[in-house]
Design a protein around this ligand. Sequence first.
Ligand code: ATR
Length: 278
Amino acid sequence: MTSSDAPARYAVFGNPIAHSKSPEIHQAFARQTQQNIEYSKKLVEPEAFSSVTDAFFAEGGMGLNITVPFKQEAFNYAKVLTPRARAAGAVNTLAKQEDGTIIGDNTDGVGLVSDMLHRLQWTLKDKTVLIIGAGGAVRGVLLPLLHTEPASLTIVNRTSAKAKALAEHFVDYGEITACDFNSLQGSSFDIVINGTSASLSGELPPIPISTFTPETCVYDMVYDIGLTPFLQFAKDQGVTATHLADGFGMLVGQAAESFYLWRGVKPDIAPIIEQLKK
Ligand code: ATR
């Protein structure tokens, strides 16, 4: 590559988008891996997703991250889907392939799993895992979680029918069951993941205190400057402070997997998380 080469163009599309940290994350990846890219964020109007995406790729764009509320539209837009995108029913990454077709991927689940396994050094294999929530965010991570071969994966949700439907959908991929909050009384888990949006509004899912032991590893897919309400609750129940993690690592982790799909090199997320948290 010569310095006169134009950078390859990437962007994140969403609505709202002002808060997105994706440009900083991808620019940090590009510096770390010496890739010549440009990455911007774009506010897309609800009806304009498909036309704005067409235009981006027609004008030479190489890849997109897709965030709320367009992940399902991106799923419908992609001409080709990866198995994990098909399982998630949603796409957070679009990439232009060599033949010009657009492939849709979903890197949220693998971003979460790689944050837990590699950065946090948690073990998932043969462990009991509880995931709270049954919306799009949870559906997006179930396949990669099951691929880690936990002893069991239990989904609990306020609307229990949604948890049941998700467990049935993924039953062929591993040990997965659904339950309601009441039937959790008295059970504890090795790993507890909050995949609800409750932390965003300062709320807590009605999780019994028996769920946690001091050794439980607790992950909130939402992130905050301090502890999220869910992580604070777990800490108050006696969970070891070093066993608490928020979703910032997942955010950087999913971005790293998108970057890998686009550029063929995988950034090291730990130093980037440290740098961006400052
Ligand atoms: P996302 O794309 O973030 O998953 P979603 O599809 O709207 O958003 O799903 C939000 C999830 O958070 C759901 O599982 C929701 O529970 P319901 O299915 O019962 O609505 C859950 N949720 C949101 N606020 C909650 C709260 N205060 N307590 C418990 N669960 C909550």
